[in-house]
Design a protein around this ligand. Structure first.
Ligand code: NAD
Length: 490
């Protein structure tokens, strides 16, 4: 059991109130650590530190871009080095399998720092051609203090999607991790301290929704980057209205995964498994609506269900575990509620639907991988984000119907298309109202490629060059080159 402090202005501090929060493993309720339970006054302190650091220009000046790049590269290197410790912490607190955190989450977080480290010195405006004797160009400047609020499902990874580009662009940061999973954000602060990121440039405040609310309402936070549920985003938009702060919102999803009869079914089943059950379904891009062309529907079910039944549930630190524990009792109740609704609305369960039995599951929030059929796309289970290992398989007749089903959702985050016909793949991709589309793959994010939502899945983009653009603002500079200038008020 470790006792953590929060990181503000280069110092490790407790909350002003002295309150602490216990961080427990959702799989067995073991106490992992304590962190400060902070409040508004602590957020004030952190924002003041970030503002002061920004105004000093030691970090934010474009002259310092190579230094920023160097420090971010170091942070990436140390993250790669500490993958075992960080993956264990992440799995213990989030309930997700160690296989995932070790192979994906921490390495990709590190990649993110390395990618933006390389770009820091390349942030540039453009020369604007004008039809007169003048030089016109733009500067891309940092925005200022960026508040960041992240969820529990990919704690360090989603924080890195924000922290790395924001720092590369010369902003300063106040990060609020989820109240369930704050430890790796604090470990990231230790790394920032180790590589000598200047005081006040990177701050971490810990606590509940109240801390996030304080950040979203704070007049000195120039931009807020939020990843979380669509409902929380509504309150954030309201909270940010008074100061008109810029927002990036990465929200919920209800991913469609489209299997055409001409696709490679072996590959498609692997993709469907990953899309549906990675991180026990607590994934915003999860492929939870599986649309399968009529002619291969029966074969798909015959081959898919035994694979789902084989998935091993277990403790997040067990290397054999493929489905870990959900994050909380609230989340487990939500999953059970949707299974009940699905059954009431005529759904038929082909597997799962219950909490697993056995001593090893008793203290955790485990739920069996669950597959529904006989539901239509307009039912609640298909329209609401469940955020658990529950999917629905629905047949479709042709391309038109598949597109209609896929787009019939308030969400628009990500989805997949399985076909060997590349023309069909591209045709369908263009018509899907989604921010990310995979043809013949699923759940694959790359730090180089932009990621974000259409519709109620949010706005703004993370990753790629697009995220850098979102953490900068554009200044236009006009230089007069004419000697004889005609002024309106000569
Ligand atoms: P959540 O919205 O409950 O919480 C997210 C964060 O917001 C937490 O740090 C929480 O403390 C904070 N928060 C809660 N209420 C707040 C308020 N009123 N004001 C300010 N901050 C507040 O989400 P969650 O349950 O932690 O995560 C699951 C959700 O996140 C799902 O909807 C999922 O789809 C979404 N998500 C989206 C992406 C994406 O990139 N689009 C990625 C991962 C998760």
């Amino acid at each position: 059991m470790q006792s953590y402090a929060a990181y503000i202005d280069g110092k490790w501090i407790q909350s002003e109130s002295g309150n602490i929060r216990e961080i427990r493993c959702p799989a067995d309720q073991d106490l992992v650590a304590t962190v400060p339970e902070m409040g508004r006054s602590d957020v004030d302190l952190a924002v003041m530190a970030a503002k002061t650091a920004f105004l000093k220009e030691e970090w934010s000046s474009h002259m310092n871009a190579p230094t920023r790049g160097k420090l971010l590269r170091e942070m990436g290197r140390i993250l790669h080095e500490q993958v075992d410790e960080l993956a264990a912490l992440e799995s213990l607190t989030s309930g997700k399998p160690i296989l995932e955190t070790s192979l994906i989450d921490i390495h990709m977080a590190a990649d993110c720092f390395e990618y933006y480290a390389d770009l820091a010195a390349h942030i540039a405006g453009r020369q604007v051609p004008l039809a007169q004797q003048a030089l016109d160009f733009t500067l891309r400047e940092p925005i200022g203090v960026i508040g960041m609020i992240v969820p529990f499902n990919f704690p360090l990874l989603l924080a890195s999607f924000k922290v790395a580009p924001a720092l590369a662009a010369g902003n300063t940061v106040v990060l609020k991790p989820s109240e369930f999973t704050p430890l790796t954000a604090l470990e990231l602060a230790k790394i920032a301290e180790e590589v000598d990121v200047p005081e006040g440039v990177f701050n971490v405040v810990t606590g509940s929704a109240e801390v996030g609310k304080a950040l979203s309402e704070h007049a000195d936070v120039d931009k807020l980057s939020f990843t979380g549920s669509t409902n929380t985003a509504r309150s954030i938009v309201q909270g940010s209205a008074a100061s008109l702060k810029r927002l990036t919102l990465e929200l919920g999803g209800k991913g469609p995964n489209l299997l055409f009869a001409d696709g490679d079914l072996d590959q498609a089943i692997n993709g469907v498994m990953t899309g549906a059950f990675m991180n026990q379904g607590e994934v915003c891009i999860a492929g939870t609506r599986i649309f399968v062309q009529d002619s291969i529907f029966d074969e798909f079910i015959e081959r898919f269900i035994p694979r789902v039944k084989q998935l091993q549930m277990g403790h997040p630190l067990d290397w054999n575990t493929r489905v870990g524990s959900l994050i909380s009792k609230t989340q487990l109740d939500k999953v059970e509620y949707f299974v009940k609704i699905g059954l009431e609305q005529g759904g038929r369960l082909l597997c799962g639907g219950n909490r697993p039995q056995g001593e090893e599951y008793d203290k955790g929030y485990f739920f069996e991988p669950t597959v529904f059929v006989d539901l239509t796309n307009d039912c609640e289970v298909c329209q609401e984000e469940i955020f658990g290992p529950v999917v629905v398989v629905i047949p479709f007749a042709d391309e038109e119907e598949a597109i209609r089903f896929a787009n019939d959702s308030k969400y628009g985050l990500a989805g997949g298309i399985w076909t060997k016909d590349i023309k069909r793949g591209l045709r369908v991709a263009r018509r899907l109202k989604l921010g990310t589309i995979w043809i013949n793959n699923y759940n694959l994010l790359r730090v180089e490629a932009p990621f974000g939502g259409y519709k109620m899945s949010g706005y703004g983009r993370e990753l790629g060059l697009e995220a850098l653009a979102d953490y900068t603002q554009v200044k236009n500079v006009y230089v007069e080159l004419e000697d004889e200038i005609l002024y309106l008020y000569d």
